[in-house]
Design a protein around this ligand. Structure first.
Ligand code: SAH
Length: 341
């Protein structure tokens, strides 16, 4: 059985044609799906033979909401159960500009960043394009409104699941489907340099975010194993190429850990690295996770760090902590769930 959400409308049309039905059936099915009809028997305009073929070949399966927690700030964190009983987590954030969904791209992660809960249980498998898309569909069904933004910042490394994530970008953008603009999509990466070049060459209008977190290779290697493969300089070169090729700005994420990467010298070194680039830095006081003793920087050092960037002409904001009362950060809900069972 194939997952129907892996299919674009054109692919569905082609599938019907190959199966001796009119291509038009593909459009009908697609319209049903993206207007919320998931039961084949409720697709009344379809002929019986199309229905029978659909049932035989496709699963119309959306992940089941296993657990749903709503934070005081409106953030909704969901644990979703997939067809093969794997569990992923997806977060819905309610911003003034609309609903943004933080999707997972893999079950687990193999990048091994020391501060991140998603990687602690290792990598299970990639998510298919349809499974990534389903998270946005389920989120839209829950809030009963259009989802306007997507960030690929849940579990997993999006560029390590490159082909499926590229397919997801096509699916989510489809006019007759969710119709989400690429400009409203952010892909966050720990810095897979070759894939950043490949992505740049696609000339998409998505936003790229780089998880930098340290200002020297030596220190970055201590917390992010990927730093053994690519230097900060390699990353910055690929980012410059991305900017030139796509015309988009790239943002950097920097999780501030008390006494570790949050000094004035660190801020100044970050300024030297990013000087001359039109960029934005997201400062995130690190979320403590159970497995590691990391403390977030004090408010005072966060503000100081941000001001040094701002004074040097580098745009910087402190990421509002959302949903911290519901284990919303970075794979933590899934971890705590898996530990219970
Ligand atoms: N693999 C991708 C996307 C997933 S993580 C990446 O590395 O960018 C999304 C962001 O959350 C990354 O910037 C990641 O470094 C950050 N993150 C992970 N664990 C965190 C924690 N405990 N506190 C703060 N940020 C964290």
């Amino acid at each position: 059985m194939e997952n129907i959400f892996d299919y674009s409308m054109d692919e569905l049309k082609a599938w019907f044609k190959e199966n001796n039905e009119s291509a038009f059936r593909g459009k009908q099915v697609y319209d049903y799906l993206y207007r919320g009809t998931y039961e084949i028997d409720e697709m009344h305009t379809l002929n019986e033979s199309s229905k029978a073929k659909l049932k035989e070949h496709f699963d119309i399966f959306l992940p089941k909401v296993l657990e749903q927690r709503t934070s005081k700030d409106g953030t909704v964190k969901m644990l979703l159960l997939l067809k093969d009983d794997n569990i992923i987590e997806t977060v819905i954030m309610n911003y003034h500009y609309g609903y943004s969904v933080c999707v997972s791209c893999q079950i687990g992660c193999k990048m091994g960043c020391t501060f991140c809960a998603s990687t602690k249980g290792g990598m299970v498998r990639d998510l298919s394009a349809g499974e990534i898309l389903s998270q946005v569909i389920v989120a839209g069904n829950i809030v009963g409104e259009r989802i306007s933004h997507v960030v690929c910042m849940g579990s997993g490394e999006p560029l390590d699941n490159y082909d499926n994530v590229m397919k997801f970008l096509t699916l989510v953008n489809a006019k007759e489907g969710l119709n989400l603009s690429h400009r409203n999509i952010t892909i966050s990466t720990c810095g897979l340099v070759e894939k950043i070049y490949a992505l740049a060459d696609k000339k998409l209008q998505i936003t790229l975010a780089i998880s930098l977190h340290e200002v020297t290779d030596e220190n970055r290697k201590k917390i992010m194993p990927i730093a053994n493969k690519y230097s900060i300089n390699d990353i910055l070169n690929s980012v410059k190429y991305y900017m030139e090729t796509t015309g988009r700005r790239v943002s950097f994420e920097y999780a501030l850990v008390r006494g570790s990467n949050d000094s004035e010298e660190d801020a100044k070194a970050l300024v030297r690295l990013l000087r001359g680039m039109k960029t934005h830095v997201n400062l995130i006081p690190v979320n403590a996770i159970k497995e590691m003793l990391y403390l977030p920087s004090s408010n005072e050092s966060v503000t100081k760090f941000r001001d040094i960037l701002l004074e040097s002409g580098i745009e910087a904001t402190v990421r509002r902590e959302m949903g911290s009362d519901i284990d919303a950060a970075c794979g933590q809900l899934r971890r705590s769930y898996l530990e219970k069972i």
